[in-house]
Design a protein around this ligand. Structure first.
Ligand SMILES: C[S@@+](CC[C@H](N)C(=O)[O-])C[C@H]1O[C@@H](n2cnc3c(N)ncnc32)[C@H](O)[C@@H]1O
Length: 186
């Protein structure tokens, strides 16, 4: 997460739009909100009301709530939820794939909606924007989802200026490690 935030810090411009595709408890949303500044906006989506309540509380405590729009819905509807003026103006999108920490471990991100949102990112992002995709692979379906993301990245290479891939350490030595892709768009 720290590595993703260091990368995003170089890309998120004050006054722009940023997107948190998997708001969860709001750590990434808060980070993006701190970078877009008072003139920018963050759109954060999550399927779970419980996650959005937690994210909202965090943002309120940090004084960042007013610059964020929290959407209860799937990130596969990203283009529907972004205002028209934001299309082509998004400087960064963050994905933190898997299940909500402390929540229902059966409710996880899925390859179809993740890839559909990734496709939408190529429409709504500005030139040079950043995509940060962190995939946990230790839960059922996690490995398949990370392979689907990897294949999407291969297919879309021509849209990217740079792709960096890193593997982290698993909190449980018996489980697959998380993988992080940091992508700069052309
Ligand atoms: C690993 S958690 C995100 C953690 C978050 N970045 C944080 O700072 O706490 C993944 C989140 O994705 C959400 N999610 C799953 N499928 C989704 C979808 N199709 N659209 C949006 N969010 C989804 C889950 O509800 C869960 O809260």
């Amino acid at each position: 997460v720290d590595r993703a935030h260091a990368f995003l810090a170089d890309h998120v411009q004050p006054g722009t739009w940023a997107v948190d595709a998997t708001a969860g408890n709001g750590h990434d949303t808060a980070f993006l909100a701190s970078r877009v500044g008072t003139g920018g906006r963050v759109l954060a989506l999550d399927l779970q009301a419980e996650a959005l309540a937690s994210a909202s509380l965090r943002l309120l405590q940090l004084g960042l709530r007013e610059r964020c729009e929290l959407v209860h819905g799937s990130h596969c509807q990203l283009l529907k939820h972004l205002p028209e003026a934001a299309i082509g103006q998004v400087s960064a999108v963050v994905f933190n794939l898997g299940y909500l920490p402390g929540g229902n471990k059966c409710l996880v991100t899925r390859p179809e909606s993740t890839l559909s949102c990734l496709d939408a990112c190529l429409v709504c992002c500005q030139r040079g924007a950043a995509l940060s995709i962190l995939a946990y692979r230790g839960h059922p379906g996690g490995m398949e989802e990370s392979e689907a993301v990897e294949a999407w990245i291969q297919r879309r290479q021509k849209d990217f200026a740079r792709v960096e891939r890193a593997e982290g350490l698993s909190s449980d030595p018996g489980k697959a490690s998380p993988v992080l892709w940091l992508i700069s768009l052309l």
